[in-house]
Design a protein around this ligand. Structure first.
Ligand SMILES: Nc1ncnc2c1ncn2[C@@H]1O[C@H](COP(=O)(O)OP(=O)(O)OP(=O)(O)O)[C@@H](O)[C@H]1O
Ligand SMILES: [Mg+2]
Length: 356
């Protein structure tokens, strides 16, 4: 879409001159010949740049500038002031009123083109940066909201459903003991029922724990990662050596959960894909980063090919890390196995912590 320029001048000749200079530059140009009309036009077209004459009868350029700055939806529009008054005081007044740049009349054609080009390019870049930051913040909120929801879900599963199932199992057991003669068949059936219920309770516990690792809240990151590695090792029979720096800085919730999810996915991948005999997990602070490394001595994989076509696990980890300004580094070879390390910048964590 063409950038929109609004020219404000009480002199029609002034407007025509500027239009002719900016003609064929690919801009869409509109004009106004007094202050009030300028405010109205600006509100209608939301220009990308305003070229504003200062000396106008009625509302002068300074006042137009101030009013534009005071209008929220126009407050960021770049304004170049055009004035015959090439003196210091009017330039100062221009700055005070909120102008971004100046040009003296009569304008130098080449200078005007260059300034307009530069200001529009910079403004596009600034808008892009703002949009990117908005997007990043939104994604961060989505992850936080998702974790909050998981926390709630996990609590309900555990507290509500879990308690109900436990009561159910107890009732069955009571019923069994109250049977007058305990006929074998009935007793056996009840036994199966009790075993099934207990299995459901265990499954549900695991699920609740996976959805929101409560250990993170109670024990903190280091112990939560260590416990997860130990349980994983017990469950799968894969030997895991866990090491962590003794002194870890305090981290935001978003960081802890990101690191926890990385460990979950990378260990699951090791079991699913690598045929490794050993795994090493390490959590350290290196310069300005907190680094989680998961290394295995398995089959390795082609990082480009396998991660682009196959599952969503590694892609998801990369996205999570991008959100907090970190990165995932994968080194993998058939001879040596795989080393995956997640680097998260610590300053970002403090910033996130302050927000919480
Ligand atoms: N430690 C590993 N050793 C060997 N291959 C691996 C390892 N980790 C990942 N891979 C390879 O990388 C691919 C992509 O992993 P990713 O976690 O993204 O997907 P997935 O595990 O296949 O599926 P999903 O995680 O979505 O359930 C895997 O399919 C596997 O081929
Ligand atoms: Mg996976």
């Amino acid at each position: 879409m063409n950038s929109k320029i609004l020219i404000v001048d009480d002199d029609p000749l002034g407007i025509d001159t500027l239009k002719s200079i900016l003609d064929k530059q690919g801009y869409s140009i509109t004009s106004a010949n007094n202050g009030a009309a300028a405010l109205k036009k600006a509100d209608e077209v939301l220009p990308d740049l305003i070229l504003l004459d200062i000396m106008m009868p009625g509302m002068d350029g300074f006042e137009v500038c101030q009013r534009i700055r005071a209008t929220p939806k126009l407050a960021e529009v770049p304004i170049i002031i055009l004035t015959a008054l090439d003196d210091r005081s009017s330039r100062l007044l221009g700055i005070e009123s909120g102008a971004d740049d100046f040009l003296s009349k009569p304008v130098d054609r080449e200078e005007l083109r260059l300034r307009v080009n530069t200001i529009i390019r910079l403004d596009r870049y600034r808008t892009l940066l703002t949009q990117r930051e908005d997007l990043r913040q939104m994604a961060e909120r989505v992850v936080t909201a998702q974790e909050e929801e998981r926390k709630r879900l996990s609590r309900e599963l555990h507290d509500d459903l879990g308690q109900a199932l436990i009561a159910h199992a107890l009732n069955l057991r009571n019923l069994q003991s109250e049977l007058p003669m305990q006929p074998d068949l009935l007793a056996a059936r009840l036994n199966t029922l009790i075993a099934d219920t207990n299995q459901t309770i265990n499954k549900m516990r695991l699920l609740a724990h996976d959805i929101r690792p409560t250990l993170l809240d109670t024990l903190g990151l280091r112990s939560a990662l260590e416990t997860y590695s130990r349980d994983f090792s017990l469950r799968t029979g894969l030997p895991i050596i866990f090491e962590a720096d003794l002194k870890l800085p305090e981290m935001s919730d978003v960081y802890s959960i990101t690191l926890y999810r990385i460990l979950q996915e990378t260990l699951t991948n090791v079991i699913k894909h690598s045929k490794a005999k050993n795994v090493w997990v390490e959590l350290t602070v290196e310069e300005h980063n907190i680094v989680l490394t998961v290394q295995d001595n398995g089959t390795g994989f082609s990082t480009e090919e396998d991660t682009s076509k196959k599952g969503i696990g590694i892609k998801g980890l990369k996205e999570r890390l991008t959100l907090v300004g970190g990165e995932l580094v994968i080194r993998s070879s058939a001879a040596k196995g795989t080393i995956i390390s997640a680097h998260l910048p610590l300053e970002e964590s403090y910033r996130l912590k302050e927000k919480i």
